[in-house]
Design a protein around this ligand. Structure first.
Ligand SMILES: [Zn+2]
Length: 307
């Protein structure tokens, strides 16, 4: 079997000091995966200004580059530093590279966050540039893909991705979430909706206490929407924050349940012959090794389905 190409760069991480977002997790995941003989690590290129400006306003991109105005440069709730702009250009570059590789090989991964809370003119929820939509728009512009679907299984509703999807007929976004998210605020009670669905962005809430049975049943209801869109490519945001010990998570999902989630996604993509690229997304459990295990298990799921 051809090795899985995994896009990783040590400069994905910018210094953010003591922060609930364990930015070192990307390096920890990479360290664990280095020993796997069926993975090929490749460093991605940064995305260009043209790539960013298809998705984000010039005022916002300039704020991230220069740090001014500071409130906009830190709208994602990270302290700004000169390393932020290059790191998030590489992060979006990882998304785009994995998306391209998946179109060639059928499957690929990037050890980056998809940054699904990032909106056109500002960041939110630790997300600076929306790498998922940056990748989708770059592929469309290059004529490499016409229809790109996003499956967002981070704990939090992907408000930035869906807001950007709403004006893009070439994108379909599906968010399966256990916390709603709007205006930089997570909402634990999903019985009250903070957002509206649209023709090409749909969402499914997971109830508090959600177990594997409920999760897989919800996925069985939701994933056919992706197949109906007949995408050329599926971008999968495999969050670690649905994990039951995560401080944000009201769900009852353990490591095996999230492994079952990932196997279900890969089996779906394989069954429908949809190329799939995945990225990591959130995860805030205090013991970072438990976050890393969720992400490493996504690779185990890939191996179980595609090997
Ligand atoms: Zn999240």
């Amino acid at each position: 079997m051809k090795p899985l190409t995994v896009f990783y760069h040590p400069n994905y991480a910018a210094p953010i000091g003591q922060h609930i977002m364990p930015i070192r997790k990307f390096a920890l995941v990479a360290d664990e995966l280095r020993a796997w003989s069926d993975l090929a690590f490749v460093e991605p290129e940064s995305v260009s200004a043209v790539d960013l400006l298809r998705v984000h306003t010039s005022e916002y991109v300039e704020a991230i580059r220069t740090g001014e105005p500071r409130a906009l440069a830190e709208s994602q709730k990270f302290p700004w530093s000169p390393q932020l702009f290059p790191s998030v250009c590489l992060t979006s570059g990882g998304c785009l590279a994995a998306a391209r590789q998946a179109l060639r090989d059928g499957v690929s991964a990037a050890l980056v966050s998809g940054f699904h809370h990032a909106c056109a003119d500002h960041g939110e929820g630790f997300c600076t540039f929306n790498g998922l939509i940056v990748a989708a728009d770059a592929l469309l512009a290059a004529g490499e893909a016409q229809r790109i679907a996003v499956l967002d299984m981070d704990l939090h509703y992907g408000n930035g991705t869906t807001q950007l999807a709403a004006s893009r007929a070439h994108v379909f976004a599906l968010s399966i979430y256990g916390n709603d998210f709007a205006n930089n605020v997570p909402f634990r009670d999903v019985t009250v909706r903070q957002h509206e669905d649209g023709a090409n962005h749909r969402s499914f809430a997971l109830p508090a206490g959600c177990d594997r049975t409920t999760l897989l049943r919800t996925m069985e209801d939701a994933l056919p929407l992706l197949a109906d869109f007949r995408p050329d490519l599926l971008l999968y945001q495999a969050g670690a924050d649905p994990y039951r010990e995560d401080p944000y998570s009201p769900l009852a999902l353990d490591h095996d349940d999230l492994l079952a989630r990932d196997e279900h996604v890969f089996a779906f993509a394989r069954h429908h012959r949809i190329p799939i690229a995945w990225v990591l997304a959130g995860g805030y459990t205090e013991d970072v090794s438990k976050v890393v295990r969720v992400h490493v298990n996504t690779f185990a799921a890939w191996r179980a389905v595609f090997a």
